[in-house]
Design a protein. Sequence first.
Length: 367
Amino acid sequence: MLAVWDIPGNAGSPNQSGERAAAIIAEGRAEVAELIGAAPSEIIFTSGATEANNLAIVGVVNAVAGHQPYRRRIVLSAIEHKAVIEPAEQLKKHGFIVEFAPVDRSGTLDLEAFGRLLGDDVLLASVMLVNNETGIVQPVGEAAELAHAYGALFHCDAAQGVGKIAVDVLDLDVDYLSLSGHKCYGPMGIGALYVSAGATKPVPLMFGGGQQAGARPGTEPVALIAGFGAAASVARSRLIEDQNHGSALISKLLNGLRDRQVRLSTVNRHAPTVPGGVAVSFPGVDGDALCSMIARHVSLSTGSACTAGQIRTSHVLEAIGFSATEARSVVRIFCNRYTAAAEIDKAIDVISDAIHRSLLATGEVRQ
């Protein structure tokens, strides 16, 4: 990938460097497409999953509304990322109705409730593949089937799942699927939207030189696309290895904390999660305070990193049924491809020590 920087080129230029850039983009597009079982022609590169979500929601609604004016409703799961919720909410200004399907106590979409919200007036439904706060895998294929029965289009924000679990757009039967480069160990600043060959094409959000068949104009970032393609290729070849690695490490961490007499419970209960990822509640412990206490040694987080700094209870945990107090005790943990077993041993020591000190300070336990 580093060789991309040696001879910079614009894929739209009719010269040797332009041809080389176009070839690199084509290779990257093919690699990303193969990762999700798509055709290269079905991939539109974007600046990230946020833009891909906006293009899928706003662009598709704008494309359909004119010739199907009776479809005025958009149905989302209650735990969607803000990058899905906010564009949908913006469409309310234009007369569209946005409704949210609940999840159960394990954080999984309630398919019966989702089905009851559907109807012939639904234009688009969107359900994420893996929740960004809990790591819980959602029943996307089943939800897509329900939506298609009413003629609705279906979008999936798969940013947290692609590269971590097997994804096949044909098996999921989605019309649109959003991806992020850095979520599968690629560079930041690049993402993609899968648009099924048989689905309505979204109206572009920007206008310019007509690149990518006009769907997303602007000079393509060749190096970022090359990096995304390389990351997709590695993710595909290492998928099982990465899954086994992440699962083993998260089990080691949770078991180690329990051995240190740390009280904890996982948010997902028995629902499937992305390998290596879990949301954990430490009763009586403030999650933000815990993250700050150990920040120099162990990286944990609370809520979504994309909404960090907002002083409010996570809408995801609220949807699951957590009270504000319960939600404050929840932290997100992910053991990635590069996390080592020795780092888990250190994390067990650091986290357990911090939790015991925190509980002593609040009077939850006594020496």
